[in-house]
Design a protein around this ligand. Structure first.
Ligand code: ADP
Ligand code: MG
Length: 137
């Protein structure tokens, strides 16, 4: 079952497009297992992106990711992690393929609309970061 789930969040720049983005996700065959609206503190955003702590963009990323509402979600589909990365497109929207969520909705390499886990292991960790202890999934 592990490779049937991934974690995503619609980032602050894209919550206004959440309806259209969720429609694309569902039409691509993903089932929404859990979904909520929340806002991260700078400390929580720093924790979520701790793996990037040494990168030059980390401080900006933390402030951007705590600047407004986000919609975290857990998604289910065969081959969920890889298929979802394909659906969202490259980190930099300028390099994302036509028709991908980032190509359509992202503003910049930082404000790139949406997150997608990069492995089954991280999908489980990231999903638990937002939904552990709830009965939502
Ligand atoms: P992805 O989200 O595609 O897995 P990364 O894990 O490399 O990308 O980076 C995490 C997030 O950090 C990106 O989604 C983006 O918001 C931001 N980011 C990545 N690279 C840069 C960069 N060069 N400049 C500014 N922000 C960046
Ligand atoms: Mg990543």
């Amino acid at each position: 079952m592990a490779n049937n789930r991934t974690f995503t969040m619609i980032k602050p720049d894209a919550v206004n497009n959440a309806g259209a983005i969720l429609k694309m996700i569902q039409e691509a065959g993903f089932r929404i297992v859990a979904l909520k609206q929340t806002r991260l503190t700078a400390e929580q955003a720093g924790q979520f992106y701790a793996v990037h702590a040494e990168r030059p963009f980390y401080k900006d990323l933390v402030s951007y990711m705590s600047s407004g509402l986000i919609f975290p979600a857990i998604l289910e589909k065969d081959n969920a992690v890889a298929d979802f990365r394909k659906l969202i497109g490259a980190t930099n929207p300028a390099q994302a393929e036509e028709g991908t969520i980032r190509k359509i909705f992202a503003q910049s390499i930082e404000a790139n609309a949406i997150h997608g886990s990069d492995s089954d292991e991280n999908a489980a960790i990231e999903g638990a970061f937002f939904f552990a202890g709830t009965e939502q999934y």
